[in-house]
Design a protein around this ligand. Structure first.
Ligand code: NAD
Ligand code: ZN
Length: 361
């Protein structure tokens, strides 16, 4: 299979996503062709490096990778500081390239280090989770958490290249894989009925990590993300549709202190809440709401929500970054592949939707 190339064109940088089985084995050639600085550093996690590091080892001419822990609780400025320290000790100058090799946590954190070290060095993302391949590696959002909230510190810093190799997903735990698939469903539901249908139709091949089926859904997801980011780099307008499922989703993550759900799982619930809301006000046909609920259910069970009080979820939503001038901007599905952004969702509607999804009264 020839690699697929997807272009991202933003005001701050134009770059390509190169996607295909074996793409990481050609990484050195891609970086050379882009004339990226030859002093190269890889930031990865011990686990990802142990599983797949040998495929990248040639890239740096023997320089040791910078290994950092990649749990959500390590996504903070202390870990970024360890990356800075390693770069300084290795005399990394402006003419350096930082390659991130890991999931969304490593990409966001090391991307932030690249954005800020010497006011910015070349950055290449090589994402190794499904979520990072279809979502976080594209679009330039980098950053870390603060003790008082998630992703509160960050920047927009587009990479110079993104290399997506589905073959690394062979080692990804099933739960992580499913968590990424919910974001793929998000793309289908907001932007592409054909992607939505494909996930349902080919779920066996996708879960079996069949290279063709997997490459197709990743490519379509990357195309959607690339298109949205190219139209709206800093999320002033169209990019906001990708927040579908994320308002209630983020609240769910915050209320459970980021421990119970994988991000994608919380987004799955968030999409269900948004769909209940939309069908409750007649904006979404019940058939479409049910198709979404069925597709989510078909991937397997989600961790429970029945013990979580809806009042706590509502409270957490009020602290959301999507509040603009005191009003919550909410992405509602209006059909499979279409959305509307509204700012008039009432507490009563939200409570009813949460109850219908199964939260505690
Ligand atoms: N920048 C953005 O636009 C954006 C978008 C969505 C999410 N995010 C961020 O992404 C993060 C979540 O990313 P994630 O879901 O990739 O989680 P993650 O980075 O924590 O990775 C999940 C787990 O998978 C392991 N792993 C990674 N690759 C593997 C592989 N190939 N085989 C086996 N194990 C592997 C990791 O070690 C980790 O334990 C969150 O911090 C979220 O805020 C950012
Ligand atoms: Zn997300």
């Amino acid at each position: 299979m020839d690699p697929v190339r997807i272009d991202v064109t933003t005001p701050s940088r134009a770059y390509a996503v190169t996607l295909g089985d074996g793409a990481i084995d050609r990484l050195a050639r891609v970086l050379d062709a882009l004339r990226l600085p030859e002093q190269r550093f890889i930031v990865s996690s011990p686990l990802v490096w142990r599983l797949h590091g040998q495929r990248l080892a040639r890239l740096t001419g023997g320089t040791e990778p910078i290994l950092v822990p990649d749990g959500e609780r390590f996504k903070n400025l202390q870990t970024v500081s360890r990356v800075y320290e390693a770069l300084i000790r290795a005399n990394a100058d402006r003419a350096s390239t930082l390659v991130t090799f890991g999931g969304g946590v490593v990409g966001d954190m090391a991307g932030f280090a690249a954005a800020t070290y010497l006011r910015g060095i070349a950055l290449v993302h090589v994402p190794t989770t499904l979520l990072a391949q279809v979502d976080s590696a594209i679009g330039g959002k980098v950053g870390v958490n603060h003790a008082l909230g998630k992703n509160l510190i960050g920047a927009f810093y587009q990479p110079h290249a993104v290399i997506v190799d589905p073959s690394v997903l062979a080692t990804l735990p099933r739960r992580e894989f499913r968590a990424g698939l919910y974001e793929v469903i998000k793309y289908g539901m907001t932007s592409s009925p054909s992607l939505f249908d494909r996930i349902a139709r080919e779920s066996t091949a996708i879960f079996g990590k069949d290279p063709r089926a997997l490459t197709e859904v990743i490519a379509e997801s990357c195309r959607i993300k690339a298109g949205v980011v190219s139209a709206d780099e800093q999320e002033a307008g169209p990019r906001r549709i990708l927040n579908f499922g994320h308002t209630a989703g983020h609240a769910l993550e915050a209320v459970t202190k980021y421990r119970r759900y994988r991000h994608g799982e919380a987004v799955a619930y968030g999409m269900l809440v948004a769909a209940e809301l939309a069908s409750g006000r007649g904006a979404l046909a019940d058939l479409d709401r049910k198709a979404l609920a069925d597709l989510i259910a078909s991937l397997g069970p989600l961790p429970p929500v029945a013990d979580l009080a809806k009042a706590d979820i509502l409270d957490a939503m009020k602290h959301d970054k999507k509040m603009i001038a005191g009003r919550l901007h909410f992405v509602l599905p209006t059909a499979i592949g279409a959305t509307a952004i509204v700012d008039d969702v009432t507490e009563k509607e939200m409570k009813e939707a949460l109850i219908r999804v199964g939260f505690k009264k």
